[in-house]
Design a binder for this molecule. Structure first.
Ligand code: LLH
Ligand code: MG
Length: 384
């Protein structure tokens, strides 16, 4: 089996999610946006697909790096092909990002699964066939009745737990450019409102994502210890390993989770684990360059007796969660009271991570990565 062609289809669809000037998602007026589907085709007709941001799978990047490395190669050798792309990163003038590696590697895994007639999560070891999700909120906003006040967070968390079945909740609080953000006191008040609303037995987490100082992070962390939170992530600049070592050492009753957005794939995660900078390690297919490197992060964590919590949604992250024993939850979101997360976007027949009333996301038995892409929709809505 050899790779014959790599193509990308850019297409339009309608969404009610918009992004603020710092890139955070919020509800907004309905608008048309562009997305992309990367498809790798083998000489026997087997295809592998992944939905990816259009800039990640642009034609110039495919032409310069991906087609030369992959066309003619055996698609089953995902590790070898990933390594080839990884080695090409150094000389790519920063064009060949970890996100590009992730998109290509996941399309390869989708193809491997389809060729084998097996779901990818089983080919990776299939440790579990379902996982509890935590409801991961959008960042705070200034929308009336949205996520504008601590009471809004409390009301929404109560709905997530009592009506939708989530067994754990994570808050993303207010971030710039929202007026007044960041503010540790506001963050704490929202966390306290959520704890009050859901009771003492629901695990809660906080992602303040604010590049707070050590002093602010310690103050907030001590408050979260009192509220019995499970973890806090990305409260400071992740490039400062020393700051996270210091914070972890000063918060005996709160897990510090990281690094999430830090570059350096599994090498950075190894430094964090070995350096005592976190209590729980972070990985994510789009953060570390794909499924293979995400699994390596999980294995590093396992060797240190730590859990490895997977960042973000989607079929690739779900497959990693199912493949490893040392993870607690699948991150489902981002959620907001004005948006229906369970309604699929037009280019999917089903969302990747349907969740039952008990809060479990079940892995699919269909061959490949498990994305149910509507190719007819994509073909009918190609962007210029
Ligand atoms: O910044 C945001 O909008 C969110 O924090 C987002 O990055 C989210 O993916 C995250 O950090 N989850 O843990
Ligand atoms: Mg996060």
């Amino acid at each position: 089996m050899r790779i014959e062609a790599i193509r990308v289809r850019r297409f339009t669809y309608s969404t009610r999610t918009s992004r603020d000037s710092d890139g955070h998602a919020h509800p907004g007026p309905e608008r048309i946006v562009t997305n992309a589907c990367l498809t790798i085709t083998a000489d026997d007709g087997t295809e592998g697909h992944i939905i990816a941001p259009p800039a990640t799978v642009s034609e110039p990047i495919l032409d310069a790096f991906i087609r030369p490395a992959l066309v003619g190669a055996d698609p089953m050798r995902t590790a070898q092909l990933w390594h080839r792309l990884y080695k090409a990163q150094r000389g790519s003038g920063a064009l060949l990002t970890d996100q590009v590696l992730a998109a290509v590697e996941m399309a390869l895994w989708d193809m491997v699964g389809r060729a084998a007639g097996q779901p990818v999560w089983k080919l990776l070891g299939g440790y579990r066939d379902r996982i509890l999700a935590y409801g991961s909120t959008m960042c705070g906003d200034d929308l009336e009745g949205g996520l504008a006040t601590p009471e809004d967070y409390g009301r929404f968390a109560e709905w997530l737990v009592r009506e939708r079945g989530y067994k754990a909740v994570k808050l993303h609080t207010w971030m710039p450019p929202i007026p007044g953000a960041p503010n540790v006191q506001m963050d704490y008040t929202a966390c306290a409102a959520v704890r009050e609303a859901v009771g003492p037995d629901i695990p809660l987490m906080l992602d303040p994502n604010h590049w707070y100082s050590r002093a602010d992070s310690l103050w907030l962390g001590q408050k979260l210890e009192e509220l019995g939170f499970l973890w806090m992530e990305e409260c400071m600049e992740e490039a400062s390993l020393s700051s996270y070592k210091w914070l972890s050492g000063n918060l005996p009753r709160l897990n510090i989770l990281g690094p999430e957005t830090m570059t350096g794939k599994y090498w950075t995660r190894a430094e964090w684990a070995a350096g005592g900078a976190c209590d729980m390690l972070r990985t994510g297919v789009w953060d570390v360059g794909g499924i293979g490197p995400a699994l390596k992060c999980a294995h590093i964590a396992e060797g240190f007796g730590m859990s490895c919590e997977v960042h973000g949604t989607g079929a690739g992250n779900l497959a990693v969660c199912a493949a490893i024993p040392n993870t607690t939850y699948y991150e489902r979101g981002l959620l907001h009271p004005f948006l229906d997360y369970d309604a699929p976007p037009a280019y999917l027949r089903r969302i990747d991570d349907e969740m039952d009333a008990e809060g479990f996301v079940h892995l699919r038995d269909t061959p490949g990565l498990g994305q149910d892409i509507d190719h007819d929709y994509i073909d009918a809505h190609l962007a210029a």
